[in-house]
Design a protein around this ligand. Structure first.
Ligand code: PEP
Length: 241
């Protein structure tokens, strides 16, 4: 199982000390088969890279520019630059960025550039509450997948994170039976081997006991709770207990 920590726009140099507990845990038998990936803000990727030198915790970024080249794009970094400072993953299509105007076509270009730079992609998809109420979940997910992954043949480096927008940071999570159907639906969109599928949205140490029962899920994308080392470790431990 993969446990991806999305720190969003939180954290500074001092917060790096909170990782000691997680590093210790990552070297213990308690981690079982859990794979940990931290996605801090870009300002901290280099420091996380140094901190994780002697352990198996991996690093990802939270977004990238769509261009493969260096260029005049003030305020942005591309996937090559992220790879060069230690990132092996990048989260793309997060709803917080879709809300700011990123559309499926732009996300598709970003995914292609990330793959060219040999980054693994955590591709976020999910419906809003009003789309859910109008029973549009499947058509929204289909469009996000079809356009987002258009002309990308090799999908082995892509993870799909199903993150219902109404669940992010709200404490609300889908019912297990609904989530299972959606995981099945996402898998059915792929001929042959489907990408690994993660769930994201308000995962915490209280609800993980229910969420871990979902069939065919390969892990979790965790925002708020991942910023607290104890909660993050608890989520992993409970997944395997
Ligand atoms: C996220 O930001 O991807 C996320 C799932 O956040 P939270 O766990 O806080 O809902």
């Amino acid at each position: 199982m993969y446990f991806v920590a999305n720190w969003k726009m939180f954290g500074n140099l001092k917060s790096i000390n909170t990782l000691d507990k997680v590093i210790k845990f990552s070297k213990s038998k308690e981690i079982k088969k859990g794979r940990l990936i931290y996605c801090p803000p870009n300002t901290l990727i280099g420091s996380f890279y140094k901190k994780f030198q002697n352990c198996l915790i991996d690093i990802g970024a939270q977004n990238c520019h769509e261009s493969d080249h260096y260029g005049s794009h003030t305020g942005f970094v591309n996937s090559k630059m992220l790879k060069s400072v230690g990132a092996n993953y990048v989260i793309l299509g997060h709803s917080e960025n879709r809300k700011k105007g990123e559309n499926d076509k732009l996300i598709n270009l970003k995914i292609k550039s990330a793959i060219n730079a040999k980054l693994k992609v955590i591709f976020c998809i999910g419906e809003t509450l009003s789309e859910k109420k109008k029973s549009k979940t499947k058509s929204i997910l289909s469009k996000q997948i079809n356009v987002g992954l258009n002309k990308i043949k090799k999908k082995s480096n892509i993870f799909i994170a199903y993150e219902p927008v109404w669940s992010i940071g709200t404490g609300k999570i889908p019912k297990n039976k609904d989530l299972e159907k959606i995981v099945q639906f996402i898998k059915s969109k792929f001929k042959g081997k489907s990408p690994k599928i993660l769930y994201g949205g308000s995962v915490n140490p209280q609800n993980i006991n229910d969420l871990k029962k979902i069939n065919n899920l390969d892990g979790f994308l965790i925002g708020g709770a991942s910023q607290n080392a104890k909660k993050f470790i608890d989520i992993v431990k409970k997944t395997y207990s």
